[in-house]
Design a protein around this ligand. Structure first.
Ligand code: SF4
Length: 186
């Protein structure tokens, strides 16, 4: 009789439900996935709650564990002091990506997970290469494995249609700006 092999644990930093759909599909066969909603950059709180609620719906649909990280936007704002006027994709975002990935790595270590990755990689509005480099650096510092899209059976263009269909089916909230108040354009 062949023993059933246990799946390796993976923490998926989840910035929003829309970006998570395709990644969850690509990861679930090989890993035991926990969604980690850690996004202190998102303001105001009403917006944060809307995005979190969409992730709750997704977690239920895929039967995944969902953990919410600390929400301390004032602490996050301290991290980006002096970078308020940076354009989206600039230096403020590097700090923002690193903070979220570092906290995800710490959570992975605290919970005996060897792997982590982020839905930020799936967004067509973000620089995948930059996020990959930060993820790999954080992984090295914490002796963990960071998965990037090339490690997975995941193609952004292919997933766009499927993501759209699933998002419509589940009625997932789709945000209109990246997250921080500096990226909000009214
Ligand atoms: S624009 Fe987005 S990634 Fe950049 S700092 Fe704001 S919330 Fe973070």
């Amino acid at each position: 009789m062949e023993l059933k092999k246990e799946k390796s644990k993976l923490i998926l930093h989840t910035c929003c439900a829309i970006c998570a759909v395709g990644l969850v599909d690509a990861l679930q066969d090989s890993f035991s996935v926990t969604l980690f909603f850690y996004n202190p950059n998102i303001q105001p709180m009403a917006e944060y709650e809307k995005r979190k609620e969409a992730v709750v719906i997704l977690a239920k649909r895929y039967n995944l564990e969902l953990i919410e990280g600390d929400y301390r936007p004032k602490d996050w704002l301290k991290l980006v002091v002096g970078l308020e006027g940076e354009p989206e994709g600039g230096k403020r975002c590097l700090v923002c990506f690193r903070d979220r990935l570092l906290r995800t790595a710490e959570f992975a270590k605290d919970n005996q997970a060897d792997n982590f990755t982020t839905t930020l990689l799936a967004s067509h509005l973000k620089n995948e290469q930059v996020i990959k480099e930060i993820g790999q650096r954080v992984a090295k510092e914490n002796v963990l494995n960071f998965l990037n899209l090339l490690d997975l059976d995941y193609q952004k263009s292919f997933n766009r249609l499927k993501t759209k269909q699933t998002a419509q089916e589940l009625g997932l909230y789709k945000q209109k700006y990246c997250g921080c108040l500096f990226s909000f354009r009214g």
